[in-house]
Design a protein around this ligand. Structure first.
Ligand code: SAH
Length: 260
């Protein structure tokens, strides 16, 4: 039976189901139909294995060899299928050492930067984290794979919808995505153990500092639009905070929504 309405789970299963039924209806014998399905399944497995191998290589050469040692970060980078978070026509580039466009003039960060920022957060499984700039949902998936409770805000509605779809399809069902302005944070869920920004504000947003727990860490790029920015690590204290500069980086700007 074809389950047209059930599109969750492995998309391969329902596609094969559909092709099988179509072949039978077209008058192919059961044996021929089985053969067609088996060949298609084999092609699918080879396609997925190819990505798995490339992901392993990516982690070895771009992440581990460059000094990322956190076991949970390395494990998450090995587990999350990055190719599922980029536009279909760019999938073959998903494991390259570079950021990639995801539409609406936005980008998914270079894998090394995702790993570096995830490690700099110094989080533990079970911690509650706020991400600003959901984009494709990839960074959120990496954080969820590390065992964190993830809340993520995206300002562009189409990207928020796409990220939700990507996260559902890859099984990261517990990530909470909200479409809204990241400068406001997510006050109903505050305080957070950690906050990560994947778009660069010109200055550290004060409301985000407020929503961080004492002892909590915020990792963010800060700097002028499309000019040199620095990745910073903020540690909130009982009073005020300390900050250190980690790396020169280039991120898309964190935009201010138009005033009503
Ligand atoms: N973390 C993403 C990459 C994000 S790119 C990933 O893994 O794919 C930065 C994102 O920040 C963009 O999608 C952009 O639309 C979003 N953004 C920019 N300004 C924002 C704001 N004020 N609030 C929330 N999201 C914002």
């Amino acid at each position: 039976m074809i389950r047209h309405s059930i599109k969750r789970g492995n998309p391969l299963t329902w596609v094969l189901d559909l092709i099988g039924e179509t072949c039978l209806r077209a008058g192919f014998s059961s044996l021929k139909t089985l053969f067609i399905l088996f060949s298609l399944l084999n092609m699918g497995v080879a396609y997925t294995q190819d990505f798995d191998e490339r992901r392993e290589q990516m982690v070895a050469s771009q992440i581990k060899d460059r000094g990322i040692y956190s076991r949970s970060v390395l494990r998450a980078m090995r587990m999350v299928p990055r190719h599922e978070f980029v536009p279909t026509h760019l999938r073959k580039l998903a494991y390259e050492d570079r950021p990639l466009p995801i539409g609406h003039s936005q980008t998914i960060s270079q894998p090394y930067i995702v790993a570096y920022m995830s490690e700099a957060l110094k989080v533990e499984p079970g911690d509650k984290i706020l991400e600003i700039g959901t984009g494709s949902g990839y960074q959120a998936a990496v954080l969820a794979q590390m065992g964190l409770e993830v809340f993520s805000i995206e300002i562009i509605p189409e990207l928020a919808a796409q990220a939700r779809e990507n996260l559902l399809r890859t099984g990261y069902l517990k990530v909470n995505v909200r479409c809204g302005d990241g400068y406001e944070g997510w006050p109903e869920e505050a305080p957070f153990d950690a906050i990560i920004l994947t778009a660069a504000p010109e200055a550290i947003p004060p409301k985000l500092i407020e929503q961080l727990k004492p002892g909590g860490i915020m990792v963010l790029p800060v700097g002028p639009v499309h000019r040199l920015q620095y990745l910073k690590r903020i540690e909130k204290k009982e009073e005020g905070y300390t900050q250190s500069t980690l790396l020169p980086v280039r991120f898309v700007p964190m935009v201010k929504p138009p005033r009503p």
